[in-house]
Design a protein around this ligand. Structure first.
Ligand SMILES: NC(=O)c1ccc[n+]([C@@H]2O[C@H](COP(=O)([O-])OP(=O)(O)OC[C@H]3O[C@@H](n4cnc5c(N)ncnc54)[C@H](O)[C@@H]3O)[C@@H](O)[C@H]2O)c1
Ligand SMILES: O=P(O)(O)OC[C@H](O)CO
Length: 335
């Protein structure tokens, strides 16, 4: 039986802890708040993030990250992307030297433009072959209700990805393996920005044609960036690409789409932030993704207008007319 540490007990961390406990692992979840750890240990519920979900009785929680990390074979990290570096710096000395570190996060670090797996290798010194990412159409609430879902486990070492696949496989959660870590992570991070755009359109009362335009052209700009950064363009046709993009843009459960919808209805960024409460990664990552694109000479018009709306530089109406007044061009993949 594998020992798994999950850091920490938000919606997705708790859900993946449940999946990995159901898959037969010995899982310890790190919660920052004692009342969450106590509730998981006593009544087997996470009262803040998933109050209506019965968690496995075998799943344990602790407020002490060192206790969670003790003898862990797999260390699964699920915290807001912009807090990863600071937290990981504190946790790194307690990570067992042979453990795999797995990122569940879908963001890009703002000051460095690094993907989450890159932050992990940089901070911990753990080689890329022992760092993996899980990304796909994975709305936590549906999986916590044990509804069927699939995902991608990407690691440069295919055997390591297969080991993790075994450790996450349940009757309701079907992970595929991949070696294109860059493509999987970029698909997950950029789809949050496109979901913000689709939310904006929804909030403004625009129709399905406009949403489909954003999704399709959003995928094109994601693939364009990915290809420039060394990803396999076909990765964006898979679960971590179009699969996640579709689920996030279509679902009212998505925090990013809902955040965009608030803005489209006229809320300010501050109002939308307090209405959302949970992590909507696209809000901070959109600027980091745009900077990354500019540094690599890649055009990302949808990301550009989303970042300008979030930064208060243009209105949502300006965003729509800016996109619609771009120079006409042929539709070619990646253009
Ligand atoms: N919820 C989903 O459906 C889902 C699915 C796939 C991927 N993700 C990704 O997983 C990551 C986590 O998302 P989530 O949905 O669990 O978010 P969440 O808002 O539900 O939970 C965030 C967790 O991080 C902790 N946290 C917040 N600020 C922190 C800080 N400064 N230092 C340490 N811990 C802090 C919180 O206590 C909480 O446990 C994000 O990158 C998100 O994009 C989420
Ligand atoms: O709620 P969101 O917008 O963070 O999206 C959740 C997942 O990433 C969907 O796969």
């Amino acid at each position: 039986m594998n020992r798994v540490a999950v850091l920490s007990a938000g919606s997705w961390g708790t859900t993946m802890a449940m999946v990995m406990a159901d898959a037969g692992n010995d899982v310890t979840l790190h919660a920052r708040r004692p009342e969450i750890a106590d509730a998981i240990n006593t009544v087997h519920r996470n009262p803040v993030y998933l109050p209506d979900i019965a968690l496995p009785a075998a799943l344990r929680a602790t407020t002490d990250p060192r206790e969670a990390l003790d003898s862990a074979d797999h260390v699964v990290v699920s915290i807001p992307a912009q807090t990863l570096r600071t937290n990981l710096t504190a946790w790194a000395p307690s990570i067992p030297t042979t453990a795999m570190v797995v990122s569940l996060m879908k963001g890009i670090e703002t000051h460095s433009g690094l993907r989450m797996s890159e932050v992990i290798t940089e901070v911990t010194g753990i080689p890329a072959e022992r760092v993996a990412v899980i990304s796909g159409p994975n709305l936590a609430r549906e999986i916590a209700a044990r509804q069927p879902a699939a995902s991608v486990i990407a690691c440069t070492d295919e055997t390591a990805a297969e080991t993790l696949q075994d450790a996450c496989l349940t009757p309701y959660f079907r992970p595929y393996t991949a070696t294109d870590v860059t493509g999987c992570e970029l698909g997950g991070a950029v789809k949050n920005v496109i979901a913000l755009a689709v939310g904006l359109a929804t909030g403004m009362g625009l129709g399905d044609n406009a949403k489909s335009l954003l999704i399709t052209r959003g995928l094109a700009e994601t693939a364009r960036l990915g290809e420039r950064l060394g990803a396999d363009p076909l990765t964006f046709s898979g679960l971590s690409g179009v699969g996640d993009l579709h689920a996030t843009c279509a679902s009212p459960l998505s925090r990013n789409r809902t955040f965009g919808e608030h803005l489209g209805r006229g809320m300010t960024v501050a109002q939308a932030t307090s209405a959302t409460r949970q992590t909507a990664e696209g809000v901070k990552s959109c600027r980091a993704i745009l900077d990354l694109a500019r540094r690599n000479d890649v055009e990302m018009p949808i990301t550009e207008v989303v970042a300008a709306v979030i930064d208060g530089q243009i209105t949502v109406q300006d965003a729509a007319s800016q996109l619609m007044s771009r120079t006409p061009k042929p539709e070619r993949y990646g253009i």
